[in-house]
Design a protein around this ligand. Structure first.
Ligand code: IMP
Length: 190
């Protein structure tokens, strides 16, 4: 039986499905018209979204919330990444950073899993990297064209395949932690 990943983002679903498949788990994508809360912590947003999604589906499911934290901007846009991407986008963020030499940034991810009648669990992941001076690459989504992970070869996430991005990404780390927990939980309930 497939496990439900509640998201409206097909790119996220493809990234996560690739990892889940390697763990022998099939995922089902469900885009629910849930309203995401606004909060300063990704974990809090993910936890609340998981509870809402689980109660509306009446089934176990997980959600993922992510954000880009720019060091010189004191963590902005962080939990407001979605709004900032929709409004000023990559061009706007690059303009905002035009005179900033410190290009350090990180992506963070919070995955939250919830079962009916239980409290949600949260799993985190992060990847350090830097913001470029121009957008590069056409794969991926969101801020991928302007972010190069430190442990990569200089390419942006948008210049990598899903498999390459999954070797380094914040989301992949959080999902792998969750999948380990999920497998143990399944085993214990068998
Ligand atoms: P969400 O709330 O988890 O959908 O993420 C907020 C925003 O952060 C998205 O709209 C994207 O612009 C950006 N974002 C999250 N994860 C990634 C990623 O893996 N690559 C690039 N941008 C991302």
């Amino acid at each position: 039986m497939a496990l439900i990943f509640v998201t409206g983002n097909r790119h996220k679903f493809e990234e996560v499905s690739e990892i889940a498949a390697k763990h022998g788990l099939k995922l089902e994508m469900r885009d629910l018209p849930c309203k995401e809360i606004q909060a300063d912590e990704l974990e809090e947003i993910a936890r609340q979204s998981a509870v809402d999604a689980c109660s509306s589906l009446g089934k176990p499911c997980f959600v993922e919330d992510a954000g880009l934290f720019v060091h010189a901007l004191r963590g902005f846009p962080g939990p407001y990444s979605s709004y900032v991407f929709r409004t000023i986008g990559n061009d706007g963020l690059l303009k905002l950073m035009a005179s900033i030499g410190d290009r350090r940034a990180e992506f963070r991810s919070a995955v939250s899993y919830c079962e009916p009648g239980s409290k949600p669990s949260v799993f985190r992941g992060r990847v350090k990297g830097s913001i470029g001076f121009e957008a590069r690459g056409s794969k991926g989504f969101g801020f991928d064209p302007i972010f190069s992970p430190d442990k990569g070869d200089g390419r942006t996430f948008a210049e990598m395949t899903i498999t390459e991005k999954n070797e380094l990404s914040h989301r992949a780390q959080a999902i792998k932690r969750f999948l380990k927990y999920y497998a143990q939980r399944k085993k214990a309930h068998r």
